[in-house]
Design a protein around this ligand. Sequence first.
Ligand SMILES: [Zn+2]
Length: 634
Amino acid sequence: MRTIVLPIVLTAAFFAACSDKVAEPDPYDPAHDYFTFANVDQFATEKIALDLTVDFDSEQLIGSATLTLQRLDASETQVILDTRDLNVSAAHVVLADETLLPVEFRFGESDAIKGTPLLLELPGTAQSATSFVLRIEYTTSPGSTALQWLPPNLTAGGKHPLMFSQSQAIHARSWVPLQDTPSVRVTYEATIRTPPELLAVMSANNDPLTPRGGEYYFEMPQPIPSYLMAIAVGNIFFAPLGEDTGVYAEPELLDASVFEFADTQEMLEQAEEIFGPYEWGRYDLLVLPPSFPYGGMENPRLSFITPSLLAGDRSLVSVVAHELAHSWSGNLVTNATWRDQWLNEGTTSYLEARLMEVIYGKDRVDEERVLSYRELMLDLETVPLDMQALAPRLETGDPDDFQGTMHYSKGDLLFTYLENAFGRAAFDRFLKMYFDEFSFETINSERFLDYLDQHLLQAEGSTVGRAQIEQWLYQAGVPDDAPVPQSSTLNAAAAMAKAWAEGEIGVAEIPIASWSPQATRHFVNSLPKELASDRLAELDEGLGFSGTRNAEIGRTWFIQVAERRYTPAYEQLEQFLNRYGRGRLIYPVYVALAQNGNDLELAREIFDKARSAYHPVTDVRIARSLDAANSQSD
Ligand SMILES: [Zn+2]
């Protein structure tokens, strides 16, 4: 393909020279958010007040959003907000005496990824006011990409419906008309009406003692980006984990959740020691039904968590450490656009490892890092080179697709590299200073680089300079001097896989009971490519992989089952794909099926049966990948 590009470039240069015209400057601006329609340079939202009724029958939120906006541009009279599939019935400017001035509004042209801009023409005095209040009456649509409406049979209890939101990356616009970009921070308050027997919770000041009654009031006094607005309604109850921490879940999952997440209070206290004060008041968890699309979502004060972490042995709680760490990196200091997402996720992955080290020890962290590193190396084989930079050029596509291990593991590696170069004490000083300097602000990669350069690279002095960091930010792959995680316990598990495959030991001699789940996963990953079906059967019968209740071991095993076409385990593979809706667990299994050369049709059949229980975010992602596999095989 490169050979075709070259003549075109020459031709363009030739014409430019002939006509004496200067070539157009590259219009790409890394500081610009390409995933919002909102005119954020003209207006900035300061506060949002929601008044919403949660209607399970029509699967809609019905009510209004009242936005307090600051004018940044004296001459602009049109406000543009982001929406997706919202039905707007009226818009008004609300004057100080509560008088309503009607606002003319219309929808602009829709975009498959970005949704539909809502254009509002300011009336009368609002055209010049430095600050004004805009109220929009609207309903969401049942197809809202943020909201999942679960019928009772898809909940743990089976008696009550449940709904929840997932606003990241650009789905808040499908339940609130707003400036949907991380570069704008707002405070919010909300009145939420629900069926009286259900409880509403939000990423706000949830009071564990709130009586049920069908009307709930929330306040989020700290300014947050739109992707952190969150709501859930269901037959949810609270149990304390510590003084400032607790867990919400359906009663059927509450005891297991209290056991699994018992270390949350200690995590919070340790996190404050290392990273500085926790700025958000309480820290609670909400354990959702299996269709929750992610491991966790760092909604402030109330992380939303997948029940797939309930392994019964606290082996998967690194996700909680991760979501808690987001209280600093992400929620307090926020990526300016989705292109800078590594600043949220890479920093958080590093903080997560630090927390895990304090509470569970360095061996555990080494194990997790080796597993993540392996996933990163696999991703580097498939992710396009221009998307392997931590801070790539990103102006099209879906930010949801832009969430591989790249930001997480490569970002964590960069921070580990910096810790190694400058020492933990100096690096911790820098981190605390960074969180303090940019708290409740947004930051892009370039500003981070300048700050790092000034306050760590130059201030502390080392062989690591700006050029090395630029390589991490803007180049594909990982630099040659990047740290390579090592784990002695995982090395031992890998050696055991080899010894068993070569017939040196029998299944009964594999000491799996003494291993961590991480070591078990590494054992499965280390099995040689060529293994006869009867040998896989021997392993599965002896070690019970297909029947595991540890979601991560299941993920690792069923990827292998699909890649190797080990058909005796296909029935349990299908059960696995029905048990969970978390993208990380099921997506790679679907991809492995679709790409093994034989089972694309089967993957489609399983997906068609299972998809009604998946969240829209997961559904779209799997549908896209199966379509892509389809067109490859055509
Ligand atoms: Zn994260």
